[in-house]
Write a protein that binds this ligand. Structure first.
Ligand code: IPE
Ligand code: IPE
Ligand code: MG
Length: 235
């Protein structure tokens, strides 16, 4: 049995504090965070992780000042635009989960393009959570299920099973995250993958996201390998 998590999800937190500690702007912190993303993708591939989900922007992050929101949107648009060919050439399939309609037309187009370009890739799957919120994902799934009942596509006579309900969530073919990593010393999910994290192993580090290194990633994988995942059963 492999002890490598099949699906790793990361809450990339601490860009702002990393920048503040260095007298830099928050934008510089977010730029440094992008460089960590590039490194993390390589480590996951080398470790044979199959799915990597990265929390890039939450439904609550819209509350931030317009300038920072604008910087983050521009940065994400730029990354998707400039990295699409490199992801395809590296056989990485890129997908986006979240409330797409919240995003600018140009960002929506970049997302559609990178998803199309990397559609046939069968190496690592990189899932970017943009304008993502677990509560909104569950509400959207419940609404879609209600619509299916209304339209006579499903009977609705019984409470849907986990397998049926899952099929209404975003990227529902992706297995639940085996491990969730959070940087910056916080111990909370911040509305990340609420349904899917039911049995995820949690690993947190005080390291700020731009400083998250290979040794931290290796420590997380080593910790995962020691976990006894009972899933409610008996060992
Ligand atoms: C994470 O860094 C990136 C996003 C949430 C978009 P933060 O911007 O939250 O950095 P801190 O938590 O303020 O240090
Ligand atoms: C979580 O970080 C969201 C992302 C990493 C995109 P936040 O910085 O938004 O989380 P809180 O506000 O500390 O809970
Ligand atoms: Mg934060």
């Amino acid at each position: 049995m492999s002890r490598v998590p099949e699906h790793v999800a990361m809450i990339m937190d601490g860009n702002g504090r990393w920048a503040e500690m260095r007298g830099k702007s928050r934008l510089e912190g977010h730029r440094a965070g992008v460089r960590t993303v590039e490194r993390v993708v390589g480590w996951c591939r080398d470790a044979h992780v199959r799915y990597l989900t990265l929390y890039a922007f939450s439904t609550e992050n819209w509350k931030r000042p317009a300038e920072e929101v604008g910087d983050l949107m521009k940065l994400m648009t730029l990354v998707l635009k400039t990295k699409a060919a490199a992801f395809r050439d590296a056989n990485i399939r890129v997908r986006v989960i979240g409330r797409r309609a919240d995003l600018s037309q140009v960002l929506q187009r970049m997302i559609a393009k990178i998803e199309r370009m990397t559609d046939g890739c069968d190496g690592l799957q990189l899932i970017l959570a943009i304008s993502y919120g677990g509560r909104s994902e569950i509400a959207e799934a419940a609404y879609a299920y209600a619509c299916a009942v209304r339209d006579g596509k499903v009977s609705g006579a019984e409470v849907p099973s986990d397998a049926v309900f899952r099929s209404y969530l975003y990227a529902s073919d992706v297995p639940d995250p085996d491990m969730i990593i959070r940087t910056s010393g916080e111990f909370r999910l911040s509305n990340f993958l609420l349904w899917q994290s039911a049995y995820s192993e949690f690993w947190a580090t005080p390291v700020m996201w731009p400083d998250f290194g290979k040794d931290d990633f290796s420590a997380a994988l080593a910790s995962y390998a020691t976990r006894n995942r009972r899933m409610g059963g008996r060992p």
